[in-house]
Design a protein around this ligand. Structure first.
Ligand SMILES: [Zn+2]
Length: 500
């Protein structure tokens, strides 16, 4: 059985678009946030306000259009609670409280609709009416896409455990990052989600113990991303008041995780091997590096209109309806950056308007970029910013090499690719303060100082274990032959018997 995780989209086809409904928004605020939010302005009519929830793109429409359903909010006479009416379901929710799950149906044709689930948090009822609505998760009882195998496995889980999130990105980092919910609301949801995953994991272990069970928890990652600023007094978003209240959020998450591990240890069958693995460590992320701007300033990227101020990009205008790099003059551009630390050459045959051919001249360009990047200094401190730059063919191999990045940039502790560079933008400035609450990272750090953890209930005798070794190890324990293409090697255990 498999229940898909990271990568499962919401009903809008994104990694989780949250909604914020508020009378405090001006007409200029409404629309899409930089990362994953939809802001909807409310206007009160007496004690009620009507709005729309914008769902999936209409596959039957010729032009790009999303399907919406109406929603109504009504504040009670005391101004302490809000009655939410959505999709035929009504619930009255007190201020600073969560609603139950709502099921939302988006009608595509008279005969076909797709269903999602979401819940609300009433941030404020009066004087401003402000509500957070969680991303529209695919309905686990009737997902419009296959998200489990067998297909009814998520429905079976709902039957046993109640409605469950299906969005692969479990915790609403985007709503906190865009400052539409506070730390307390984020943690409440994160811990509840974590507990639900623990409940399901333990139930699977106890009631129908499988030969192999893999359970992934995301809270240690997501909470570290969001709360690193509160354990780093040098972070631009360090806040002593918030640090006093939430400075132990990462520790609390690890303690909770530790408690779950304890329950798993008690639940597994005698003789079972337990492997606890994380795929990376963490760093503070104080400053962003505008890689594309650096490429422009160093002559590797050309602009059609060099004087034009680049607009602020959002996920929605890139992946929804926008285009990448509208101001780039591809006929004179040698390299571009996209994602977190990746630089690609503008290669003929691979890129639409490629100008470089593979060969010694192009290799020289790569080496030149690498050397210049390693020499970059933070203008405030004169510290080096980039720890290592790897050539793609040094670190990647396999059948997808032609699409692999040509350079991978790894930053020193405190630095990462900027938010806007990750979306392909070219803003002004090279090294810029990270003013977001997403303040810890690992995505463009050198793996040598960003190691994850590895625990086992058996003594591991292999030295220097790597995450690449986990799959071969599991296959060996199960007595399954390793497929030829797999990286890594099976770990050796020095004693046969797992410790209980
Ligand atoms: Zn992460």
């Amino acid at each position: 059985m498999l229940w898909a995780g990271l990568g499962v989209p919401d009903i809008r086809g994104t990694w989780g678009t949250f909604f914020y409904f508020g009378t405090d928004l001006t007409q200029w605020d409404v629309g899409d946030t930089e990362f994953g939010g939809k802001l909807v302005r409310l206007e009160m009519n007496g004690n009620a306000a009507n709005a729309e929830v914008e769902g999936p793109v209409d596959p039957t429409a010729k032009s790009y259009k999303r399907i919406s359903v109406p929603i109504q909010f009504r504040v009670n006479p005391e101004g302490t609670a809000v009655t939410i009416n959505l999709g035929g379901h009504t619930e009255t929710v007190a201020e600073r409280h969560w609603s139950d799950w709502f099921r939302v149906k988006f009608r595509i044709t008279p005969f076909l609709s797709v269903s999602a689930i979401s819940r609300f948090y009433v941030l404020q009822a009066t004087p401003d009416l402000r509500l957070y609505m969680s991303p529209l998760d695919l309905d686990p009882e009737s997902p419009p896409l296959p998200i489990s195998s067998p297909g009814d496995y998520t429905a079976e889980l709902v039957h046993k455990h109640g409605l469950i999130k299906t969005l692969g990105w479990w915790h609403d980092t985007w709503a906190l990052n865009e400052e539409k919910i506070d730390e307390g609301v984020f943690l409440e949801d994160a811990f509840r989600t974590m507990d639900k995953q623990a409940e399901i994991t333990l139930d699977e272990l106890k009631n129908d113990p499988p030969t192999l069970l893999v359970s992934v928890f995301l809270a240690t990652d997501h909470v570290s991303h969001m709360f690193y600023r509160l354990i780093d007094p040098q972070h631009p978003r360090y806040d002593p008041v918030l640090a006093a209240k939430y400075g132990d959020a990462i520790l609390q998450t690890y303690e909770r995780m530790d408690g779950i591990v304890g329950e798993v240890v008690a639940a597994i069958k005698p003789g079972s091997t337990l492997l606890i693995v994380s795929d990376h460590g963490f760093h503070t992320w104080r400053k962003g590096f505008n890689t594309n701007t650096w490429l422009v300033q160093n002559g590797y990227m050309a602009l059609k209109n060099p004087g034009a101020e680049d607009k602020t990009y959002s996920l929605e205008n890139l992946f929804g309806q926008g285009s990448f790099f509208p101001n780039v003059d591809w006929n004179h551009t040698k390299a571009y950056a996209l994602g977190l630390g990746q630089i690609y050459l503008n290669l003929r045959g691979r890129e639409k308007s490629g100008i470089l051919d593979p060969g010694p001249e192009t290799d020289k360009v790569l080496e030149e970029i690498r050397q210049k990047l390693l020499a970059v200094r933070d203008p405030d401190t004169q510290q080096p910013v980039i720890q290592s730059v790897h050539l793609g063919h040094e670190i990647f191999h396999g059948p997808h090499m032609p699409d692999a990045p040509d350079l991978q940039v790894d930053f020193y502790d405190g630095y990462r690719t900027s938010w806007q560079t990750s979306l392909g933008a070219i803003p002004s400035g090279i090294v810029v303060a990270n003013m977001k609450k997403w303040s810890g990272d690992h995505c463009a750090s050198d793996p040598s100082d960003t190691q994850g953890i590895f625990f086992s209930n058996r003594v591991v005798s292999s030295t220097d274990p790597s995450i690449l070794d986990i799959a071969p190890t599991v296959l060996k324990i199960l007595g399954v032959a390793t497929p030829g293409q797999l990286d890594g090697r099976a770990l050796e255990f020095s004693n046969g018997q797992p410790r209980q």
